[in-house]
Design a protein around this ligand. Sequence first.
Ligand code: ATP
Ligand code: MG
Length: 391
Amino acid sequence: MNDIILVKLGEIILKGLNRRSFEQRLMDNMRKAIAKHGNFKVYCLQSTVYVEALDDNADMDGAFEALQKVFGIIKLTRAAGCEKDKDAIAKLAVEYLREDMENAHSFKVESKRSDKSFPMTSIELSQYVGGILQDAYPDTVVDVHEPELVVNIEVRDLAAYVHAAPVKGAGGMPLGSNGVAVTLLSGGIDSPVSTYMIAKRGVRLIPVHFFSFPYTSELAKEKVIELGNQLTDYCGKMTLEIVPFTHIQEEIRDKCPEEYFTLIMRRFMMRIAQRIAKSNGAKAIVTGENLGQVASQTMEAMASTQAVMDIPCIQPLIGFDKEEIITVARKIGTFDTSILPYEDCCTVFTPRHPRTRPRVAEVERAESVLDIEALVNEALEGIERVELKNE
Ligand code: ATP
Ligand code: MG
């Protein structure tokens, strides 16, 4: 059967003059997302993107599923095409929608004509095809008010298409249309979600993980790589930067007052993340911080952390409840990995009584015994890079 995928664009539509480049970017992203499922042709006509298999080996089911995770798409549907003739359309509807028609108790036909030279009006075409479907499936009745099944017919430039209900797309904007940012990826529940949320806004991400071997184990690292791999469905190909963090944490533990451990550690994270950002053209740092969740997430603590930064710190989860975060984590498929019980570097040297309302100057004084620049450079030099991908 002449099976294709029709994709409706999201916010791109609003982008006026930039629209062409947005469409191009979206189509590029779509091509990358479905490449592993076979050979496809992807093209755009009348603000709908079409995906056609180029040979019989192409896996349409796989492609359809992959496209549901591509940002910039509001809805997508599988459709069958035929010549623009009322009888060809009716015959196709009867064959292509057999399962849908047999499962529904009621239906209606909705037609759209973007080819205005088609000899019937939309209403005439709907009535004609509706009549033939009714004859073919006498157990399914026409209900124009609350039908269980809506049969869609689109008469477009090149062909006519028949399809049933579309599914919801991932929404957002095409990856890459809003620049690049560094995202801090721990092994927890929150940071995969914050990463996903900013990717959804069209931002390409460079994930950075701080690793404190042997205080955190090789398994904890594997877990972060696994989370990163899972995120590539939504975020595309990424390279995880694994920063050796042990020496910095030991220096802090040995030389700084205990109540400031976490705050100083977080300032190091931000300094290093910012250096990685600047050398990769990234314009912001994304974290999974959440107001009031832990001692380092008071407004004062965040002020002391962000005092070392001169690019924005984006915290998409700042006002979320844990439950709301978990709902997203489940949806994007990272939750089960996140709850595996491996320690994070933050938890290794947790002070017994952390300062929760620090002033920036106190923290600066507490860390002033350290050779900050040398420690940052040493960590940057030791970075290990892992290509993330999803098989
Ligand atoms: P998460 O669930 O993402 O681990 P959390 O609730 O445990 O978050 P914190 O441990 O205070 O909160 O960390 C806040 C944020 O700092 C994390 O969401 C993440 O963005 C970043 N972060 C924490 N630890 C690391 C790490 N080892 N490597 C990279 N980023 C980290
Ligand atoms: Mg954590």
